[in-house]
Design a protein around this ligand. Structure first.
Ligand SMILES: Cc1cc2nc3c(=O)[nH]c(=O)nc-3n(C[C@H](O)[C@H](O)[C@H](O)COP(=O)(O)O)c2cc1C
Length: 418
């Protein structure tokens, strides 16, 4: 019976253990987690979501405070369009996060950065160009473009000296999205180095509508595989979403996948950025505690625990400090929903202290504070991957334990920690 370690992901001459830990923003997939994956011969992701905030936390910089100071005059305003990112500071923050991570890398594996293109930051093209090119400058091994795949992203960095040597990958959830991307980028003569095919059971934002349950990862992967074969394109395919055991991974690898991308199992690793008490919520969750909803201002459905503090919260938007979801006109669906509720309260002459906004959430603030508990569908199985301690809590795992379990387990077994 085969295990994941019987396979290798090949990038040119380089051979890797075919396990890629997916990007989890905001700093849920920490540098420590990515570094472990690289040390063990696989691929780890850091995320560039809200990177100034992450830099502040990691390196005691003051990007957020400085931005808030600059835009303090606007805090009470319903119009957030004056709030902009300083591109130089954004680049500095990316350099800090990516550069220091790469300096710490040991082992044969690689570290990529997950770049969520839906973070439009009130200047989508300019900020994305800075994020991508700064990550390349800082020595990242590769970039995975996710959530909101901008068809023109490769072109933004086409003149960067590392455009052809760094690994560039995309996440798609359908053949159609892939075809659009390839068509749009044909003239650059630069194919993606890998394609992550993310199915409907993944964590974070989904590339499906609320009818996500109709879709099946295996079917999407085989459709894309057939298309690539017919076009004679040899691009490694990396399925993601609901691959919970080594055997699940092997079944994809045997069908021709180059590697697998996994995340949920690592949310309860000690190297993961989620606070310990939130990790216990993930362990405790039952299937009924998980939902896909539409409260993300990005417009994409998102999977999360139903008891996430972010759900229904009506906090004042924090765009002066954050503002990552402001679109090109300085608007965000949460800001609109919040202003609507404030207006309704004012009309009813109610105090605005306890506003609740049910249809959208202030994703920046809640992700920053680990109050939006996004998770994969199989989060309810995490309790079966560890031991219960005497005080009733669940034992946190090491990333190495989870990685090795994926790498060596067979027969749908999950190894429990010592
Ligand atoms: C907590 C969490 C946060 C995530 N955040 C992101 C993200 O910021 N960007 C992204 O492209 N994917 C994100 N994902 C998706 C993962 O990178 C990965 O593709 C997917 O969850 C794999 O499925 P699995 O969790 O069932 O293993 C996230 C997943 C989880 C569990």
């Amino acid at each position: 019976m085969k295990c994941v370690d019987d396979f290798r992901l090949r990038f040119g001459k380089q051979e890797l253990v075919p396990i890629m830990i997916g990007g989890m923003g905001v700093d849920i997939s920490t540098a420590e987690l990515a570094l472990e994956a690289a040390r063990l011969g696989g691929i780890g992701h850091i995320s560039d979501a809200m990177v100034p905030t992450v830099s502040d936390r990691r390196f005691k910089t003051h990007f957020v405070k400085e931005k808030l100071k600059l835009y303090k005059f606007n805090v009470a305003s319903a119009d957030k369009s004056p709030v902009h990112f300083d591109l130089g500071r954004l680049s500095e923050a990316t350099h800090n996060h990516v550069g220091r991570t790469m300096e710490a890398k040991i082992g044969e594996g690689m570290i990529f950065v997950n770049c969520m293109e839906k973070l439009t930051m009130n200047a989508p093209r300019e900020t994305l160009r800075v994020r991508l090119s700064s990550a390349l400058d800082a020595g990242i091994d590769g970039i995975t473009l996710s959530a909101g795949l901008h068809l023109g992203s490769f072109a933004l960095i086409a003149d960067h000296p590392r455009f052809r040597d760094a690994k560039l990958g995309i996440i798609v959830s359908s053949l159609r999205a892939l075809q659009l991307f390839l068509r749009k980028n044909a003239k650059l003569n630069r194919l993606p180095d890998y394609i992550v095919v993310e199915g409907p059971l993944a964590g974070g934002h989904l590339g499906f509508g609320m009818d996500w349950a109709k879709y099946d990862l295996l079917l999407i992967v085989s459709e894309i595989q057939q298309y690539l074969q017919s076009e004679q394109l040899a691009i490694p395919l990396i399925p993601a979403g609901g691959i919970f055991t080594g055997s699940d991974a092997v079944s994809f690898l045997e069908k021709g996948a180059a590697a697998v991308q996994v995340a949920t199992r690592f949310t309860v690793a000690q190297e993961c950025g989620l606070p310990a008490e939130v990790q216990q919520e993930y362990f405790k969750a039952s299937e009924d505690d998980i939902e896909v909803n539409t409260i993300s201002p990005t417009g994409y459905p998102m999977r999360m625990l139903k008891n996430s503090p972010a759900i229904g919260s009506g906090i004042r938007p924090n765009c002066e400090a954050y503002g990552y979801l402001l679109d090109g006109t300085g608007s965000c669906a949460y800001v609109i929903a919040y202003n609507r509720e404030v207006g309704a309260h004012a009309k009813a002459k109610k105090k605005t202290k306890h506003i609740s906004v049910l249809d959208k959430t202030c994703l920046c603030t809640h992700m920053r504070n680990f109050d939006c508990w996004t998770c994969g569908q199989y989060t309810y199985r995490l309790k079966d991957t560890t031991r219960r301690l005497e005080d009733g809590s669940y034992q946190i795992l090491s990333a190495e334990h989870v990685f090795r379990d994926y790498q060596f387990s067979t027969d749908q077994k999950v190894a429990l920690p010592d």
